[in-house]
Write a protein that binds this ligand. Structure first.
Ligand code: ADP
Ligand code: MG
Length: 594
């Protein structure tokens, strides 16, 4: 084929593909325009998951009528004049592409009126073709109406995810902008239902409550680091509040939502050693730098930025978050200089052969030794990596079943010691309980899992995006023994939970489930059901650090004995370490070489 210049229509559809990937990208561009126009009220209406209608109305400065035809032209912007301006950008837009792109793949109506001018104007673009300007009465500000998105690019429609996913993306986007701009009143209506409304009073924690629900919002730690050319504000989670992926880490740079793996890495760095492997914090952080320190023109959707002094920025982010963490959470640090290693003390130690009874002893032990335990979190079990370097290799047992065990006791309020015919068993109480719950649950699967009605149905409020997720799964929840029904806006009523979970806080149980849905967007099938059950069991199981009565310890061991796969938890970590008599004898030099 000879080389030809593409027709303007194809060229603009190609360009549109870069900017407008899905309904949420339209919402983002239009929100940014409204914010650039200085709006204090922004109202978003979505129908058909954004494919039927996206309308954004603002009360910003408006567009003069004669400029309306220009606004929808490609490379037409009021935000930039000289190339040099590109490096001092203070607006969210600057490429002059959004309206043209959106207009080329939808039916777009742009209505705008200037302040104090009752006459407004309207222009329509249908798949890239503009109609003449009309004059009409309109309130101050701009209304952009986008209908039948991608009607002329059916291939693009096929790439969209399920409606619930697209709606959730929009929820997540508007909520995050509402957080970034707490002085603007946002209102989001999806499919005729109000899904977000903020007061515009400047209270970020209020919006945080909408995003994560009141419980989490209350726990989030405030970050407020202000230096000369660097400002980091926002919220980050305490070490006990984590997720199993990076999905809840949000960064805004100079008012712009960016996806920057390196900023995320800097945040995670701040949590170094405070979180278990495979756990990630939640954070909404706003980074502000002088505009000339950031290049925002690296990506068509402006979702990536480049920093002039990248290393410095990352170091500052990590340090600021670390400070916030340390200020809120006293972090146990083991003093490596244990005082009893001083010559004098160790002499006493070795000569008396026992712990010195001298009263000064009590003071010489570093109190930090008795350190609080790290927050409960699960390491991802990696079978290639021994759990502790000095654990002797364990001989494989012929069967998976465990023999009858006799309880000896509990150590470190985390492990049970038991004796069997073939030696000693150290049992991780949490992992063991997880296994027990999991098998009880799975045994009931397929039938109706017995549910226990709560004395008082518990209302649970969820953030809008989680609400959408849960809505679609109520039936499945029913099968798992959860009776949950919708109860007003973003609220569900838990009426019953599975009998095996009785005693667990219904709110916590429901949240675990929603988190699970968030991690897996695919429709739920049988194996996913098992995965969910495993997660619920993990949350419901007794924790390390929990004191168990001898009866509870015995019951746990007894239940574990009757499990089909007692040796691992549902996630594959070991529930027990077996020290065989043979191994003990060799370790003590009673038999054979060491
Ligand atoms: P950009 O935002 O990059 O300039 P857009 O295509 O998004 O490009 O918008 C083109 C122009 O239309 C903007 O520069 C601005 O002057 C005007 N405009 C768009 N939306 C609005 C709005 N909501 N209020 C006021 N002016 C707007
Ligand atoms: Mg724009």
């Amino acid at each position: 084929m000879p080389i030809r210049i593409l027709s303007p229509e194809i060229a603009s559809q190609i360009a549109a593909g870069e900017v407008v990937e899905r309904p949420a990208s339209v919402v983002k561009e239009l929100l940014e325009n409204a914010l650039d126009a200085g709006a204090t009220n922004v109202s978003v209406t979505v129908e058909g998951a954004g494919k039927t209608l996206i309308e954004i109305a603002d009360d910003g400065q408006g567009i003069p009528a004669p400029e309306l035809p220009l606004a929808v032209e490609r490379h037409a912007t009021s935000k930039l004049t000289r190339a040099d301006d590109l490096f001092h950008i203070t607006t969210l837009g600057f490429r002059g592409e959004a309206l043209a792109s959106i207009g080329s793949v939808s039916q777009l109506t742009l209505t705008s009126a200037l302040p104090g001018n009752p006459a407004g104007a309207r222009i329509k673009i249908d798949g890239g073709h503009a109609t003449p300007l009309e004059t009409i009465g309109a309130p101050q500000g701009t209304v952009v109406r986008v209908e039948h998105l991608f009607f002329n690019v059916p291939a693009r429609l096929k790439f969209l995810k399920a409606d619930t996913t697209e709606r959730r993306q929009i929820d997540a986007l508007v909520t995050r902008y509402a957080l970034a701009y707490p002085h603007v009143r946002f209102r989001l209506q999806q499919e005729g239902r109000l899904s977000l409304q903020t007061s515009g009073k400047g209270d970020r924690r209020e919006v945080l409550g909408i995003l994560y629900g009141p419980d989490i919002a209350r726990q989030m730690l405030e970050v407020n680091a202000v230096y000369e050319h660097f400002r980091l504000t926002g919220f980050t989670s305490p070490t006990a509040l984590t997720r199993s992926n990076r999905g809840e880490i949000t960064f805004f740079v100079n008012g712009r939502w960016v996806q920057d793996p390196a900023l995320t890495a800097a945040l995670i760095q701040a949590y170094h050693t405070l979180l278990m492997v495979g756990r990630f914090p939640l954070a909404v952080l706003f980074l502000d730098l002088p505009p000339e320190m950031v290049d925002v023109n690296v990506h068509p959707t402006k979702a990536e930025v480049r920093f002039r002094d990248r290393d410095q920025v990352f170091a500052d982010v990590a340090r600021s978050v670390r400070r916030a963490l340390l200020a809120h959470t006293p972090i146990p640090e083991v003093n490596t200089q244990l005082r009893w290693t001083s010559p004098q003390t160790s002499e006493i130690w070795s000569s008396s052969g026992s712990r010195p009874s001298d009263t000064s002893w009590g003071q010489t032990v570093d109190p930090a030794w008795d350190m609080p335990r790290e927050p409960e979190a699960e390491p991802d079990w990696n079978p290639d990596q021994p759990s502790a370097a000095n654990t002797p290799p364990q001989p494989e047992l012929p069967t998976d079943r465990v023999p009858l065990l006799r309880l000896v006791g509990q150590v470190a309020t985390s492990y049970l010691i038991a004796e069997g015919p073939d030696g000693l068993y150290l049992i991780d109480q949490h992992a063991a309980h997880e296994r027990v719950l999991f098998e009880k649950f799975m045994a009931q699967r397929g039938r109706d899992i017995p549910a226990q009605r709560l004395l008082e149905p518990t209302p649970v409020e969820l953030p809008p995006h989680q609400t959408r997720l849960l809505e679609g799964q109520l039936l499945l929840l029913g099968k798992l023994g959860f009776q949950v029904e919708e109860f007003g806006r973003n609220t569900f009523l838990v009426r019953a939970i599975p009998v095996v979970l009785s005693g667990l806080d219904p709110r916590a149980a429901l949240r675990v489930l929603v988190e699970d849905f968030e991690e897996d967007e695919t429709p739920l099938q049988a194996e996913i059901e098992a995965k969910i059950i495993a997660r619920v069991c993990k949350r419901a199981a007794v924790k390390a650090g929990q004191v168990l009565s001898p009866d509870e310890q015995r019951t746990l061991i007894h239940d574990l004995e009757s499990c089909n796969s007692p040796r691992t938890c549902p996630h594959g970590r070991p529930t027990m370490i077996h020290l065989s008599v043979d191994l003990l004898e060799r370790q003590f030099g009673r038999r054979g070489a060491r």
